[in-house]
Design a binder for this molecule. Sequence first.
Ligand SMILES: [Zn+2]
Length: 71
Amino acid sequence: MKLTCPNCGTRSVEEFRYGEIPRVPDHITDPDARDLDRVFMKANAHGTTVEAWFHDFGCRRWFRLERDTRG
Ligand SMILES: [Zn+2]
């Protein structure tokens, strides 16, 4: 898989780190349940999603990337 950094261009995904803190639904109020949801309940969207990536082996900057998980 390749990602396009706005500063460096298209590079291998191995150069990047995914870093979005997952959002927990508001109806989960217990702190322990929120931690469990944050770790184990990935949204795994099917379609277009907006993600945050850090270019570890390039410009070393965070950027937002719109990605289609279907292809
Ligand atoms: Zn970069």
